[in-house]
Design a protein around this ligand. Structure first.
Ligand code: NAP
Length: 249
């Protein structure tokens, strides 16, 4: 069986956690990246090991280039050549209108969501590309339906950062298609995670769910299924694609 070694950024909770558990069950060796919540990340690692899988956790702020480079070097040493990257870590800030945004806030959101995704993708490509002696691989970027919808009166800065993730997906997919690397994105809608509390409204999904065509929010496990498929050889002819999973919105 192919030896899949997969890094999931922001794997300590939410969509990243669900993805780590599912990929481990499918036989991937997992590296869970997190920023600060060590206990949560270690809990995911322990669960994977309990179920017979293999995982490590590495703390690194993906907005910090040096920390990202050090994380990839640690993966090289501890796990071997990376075959998969899930660019999942992302942040949003308190709900606000554009009139209330300042440059510092916009830069903070972009540092994690955009720069972090770019730098992680760069380090992954260096290891996967055939021209560098790699074996190819797959990258899945976790974008958002917000990139299409704009998130007015909530977080247009966040939505715009996901627009940049979409463009990264398209551009990188074309750059590395001949290098054995596929790059795709999922665009989830309203998913039950703790992220909405960071935006100031823990109950956000339940507040708006009746406005969605499917009349319900999504579960992290549903997003994980799509990510796992895009990473897998079953999606071997799929690159530069976007999988919208927003309950019909
Ligand atoms: P979440 O529950 O808030 O989890 C975020 C994860 O990212 C945590 O593990 C966190 O680690 C990590 N993280 C945040 N900033 C980081 C940084 N600078 N460096 C490294 N790790 C960092 O989020 P989620 O809802 O699962 O979202 C995951 C992805 O899906 C995000 O990209 C988000 O934009 C996207 N998404 C979510 C929804 C939704 O409705 N939930 C919808 C569309 C798209 P710590 O806990 O250690 O800080």
């Amino acid at each position: 069986m192919k030896n899949n070694i997969t890094l999931i950024t922001g794997g300590s909770r939410g969509i990243g956690r669900a993805t780590a558990l599912l990929l481990a069950q499918k036989g991937h060796t997992i590296c869970i990246n997190y920023r600060s919540q060590q206990a949560r990340a270690e809990e995911v690692v322990a669960l994977i090991r309990q179920r017979g899988g293999s995982a490590i956790a590495i703390a690194a702020d993906i907005a910090d280039e040096e920390q990202v480079v050090a994380m990839f070097q640690q993966i090289d040493r501890q796990l071997g050549p990376l075959t998969g990257l899930v660019n999942n870590a992302g942040i949003l800030q308190q709900q606000a209108s554009i009139e209330q945004l300042d440059a510092r806030r916009i830069a903070t959101v972009f540092a994690t969501n955009v720069s972090g995704s770019f730098i992680c993708a760069r380090e992954a490509v260096k290891r996967m590309a055939l021209r560098h002696g790699g074996q190819g691989g797959a990258i899945v970027n976790v974008s958002s339906a917000a990139s299409r919808l704009g998130a007015p009166h909530e977080y247009v800065d966040y939505a715009a950062s996901k627009g940049a993730v979409d463009t990264l997906t398209t551009g990188l997919a074309l750059e590395v298609a001949a290098q054995g690397i596929r790059v795709n994105a999922v665009r989830p809608g309203l998913i039950y995670t703790e992220m909405h509390a960071d935006g100031g409204e823990p109950g956000r999904v339940d507040r708006v769910k009746d406005n969605l065509p499917m009349k319900r929010g999504g579960q992290p496990e549903e997003v994980a299924q799509a990510i796992a498929w895009l990473l897998s050889d079953e999606a071997s002819y799929v690159t530069g694609s976007f999988l919208d999973m927003a309950g019909g919105r």
